[in-house]
Design a protein around this ligand. Structure first.
Ligand SMILES: [Zn+2]
Length: 280
C-alpha cells in the first residue's frame, strides 16, 4: 500500500483502543490538522504523544502518508464514540495543495482495495467543528479522483481518456466436436509439433512421446474414417471398420482430456479435446 507516496509506519500512537467494536470500518472521516504552516512531522509527533489524548489512523500530505494507528484498531479522532468505532480517520494538510489532494485520494483508493468503497465523511458530520476546513467542500471531488485511481483509468490528474483497445478476436476453440484446422493447431501447440493445422505422422508422434505410448506416428484400429472425424487429419489414420478395438495413444489421450477411454476417436473425443485445450 504505497503507490504514489512514501508510506511510513514507524510512529505508533497510544491514543487508541485495540480492535473495533462492530467489526470492519464503514466509512472514512476526513480531517485537517487545523493550523496552516504546521509540519507533517510535528503533527505526527503530537498525535503519537499520550498527552494529546487524540489521534487518527493516518497523517497525509503531498507524497507522504504516516500510519500511526492500524485501521483495524479504534483511533480517537472524531470526538464521537460511534464515529471512532466505525470510521478510519485521515488527518490532511489544511493548505490542501494539489499534491496533498492527490496523495489523500491515493490513500483512499488503497483503503478501498482492502475495505471496499467506504463513504467519505467530513469530521463536522460527527461533531460541531470547523474540521476539515477546505477539504469539507471537496469531498465529492476527492471521491471521484479516488474512483479514477481505483479503476486505473488515469495515472495522472486530468490525463485525457485513452480510447479503449479493440477486443481481440477470441483465441478459444469452438467446442463443436469437429477436428478442423484451428483445433489441429491447438493440439500441435500443446504437444509441441509444427503448427500447420495438418495432423500427420509428426503430430501423432509428438503426442505419443508426451503421453508415453509407442511413437509410431499412427492412429491405429479406428471405427471411423479420418474424413468423418475431421478434415485436419492428413496422415497415419488406420480405419479398420465399425467396432474396432481402438488405439493405445487415443486411450491415453482420452484419459488426459477426460473423455471415455475406449481408444476410438469420434466427435465426443474431439469435443473433450477442445474443452481441454481451451483451458490452456
Ligand atoms: Zn477533525
Amino acid at each position: 500500500m504505497s503507490k504514489g507516496y512514501t508510506y511510513v509506519t514507524k510512529h505508533t500512537s497510544p491514543n487508541k483502543n485495540k480492535g473495533r467494536i462492530g467489526g470492519k470500518p464503514t466509512g472514512i472521516t476526513v480531517h485537517h490538522w487545523g493550523g496552516q504552516g504546521q509540519k507533517h512531522a510535528n503533527v505526527v509527533s503530537w498525535l503519537t504523544d499520550k498527552r494529546a489524548g487524540t489521534s487518527a489512523h493516518y497523517v497525509a500530505s503531498s507524497g507522504l502518508v504516516t500510519c500511526i494507528v492500524d485501521p483495524d484498531d479504534t483511533a480517537w479522532h472524531a470526538g464521537n464514540r460511534n464515529a471512532n468505532r466505525r470510521t478510519i480517520g485521515i488527518e490532511c494538510r489544511p493548505e490542501m495543495s494539489s499534491g496533498d489532494f492527490e496523495t489523500v485520494a491515493q490513500l483512499i483508493a488503497n483503503l478501498w482495495k482492502v475495505y471496499g468503497k467506504l463513504p467519505l465523511y467530513p469530521h463536522s458530520r460527527w461533531t460541531s467543528t470547523a474540521c476539515p476546513g477546505k477539504w469539507g467542500s471537496e469531498l465529492s471531488r476527492l471521491r471521484k479522483r479516488a474512483e479514477e485511481l481505483l479503476g486505473g483509468k488515469a495515472s495522472k490528474p486530468s490525463a485525457p481518456a485513452k480510447p479503449k483497445p479493440k477486443p481481440k478476436p477470441s483465441s478459444k476453440l469452438d467446442e463443436d466436436g469437429k477436428l478442423g484446422e484451428k483445433t489441429a493447431k491447438a493440439y500441435q501447440k500443446h504437444f509441441g509439433s509444427t503448427q500447420d493445422g495438418k495432423l500427420g505422422h509428426n503430430s501423432w508422434k509428438a503426442g505419443q512421446r508426451k503421453l508415453g505410448t509407442p511413437a509410431d506416428g499412427k492412429i491405429s484400429k479406428q471405427s471411423r474414417t479420418a474424413s468423418s472425424v475431421g478434415y485436419a487429419i492428413t496422415q497415419g489414420w488406420e480405419y479398420t471398420g465399425p467396432n474396432s478395438s481402438g488405439s493405445t495413444f487415443v486411450r491415453a489421450l482420452q484419459r488426459l482430456i477426460g473423455a471415455k477411454a475406449d481408444g476410438v476417436w469420434g466427435p465426443a473425443t474431439t469435443k473433450a479435446l477442445q474443452v481441454f485445450l481451451n483451458k490452456g
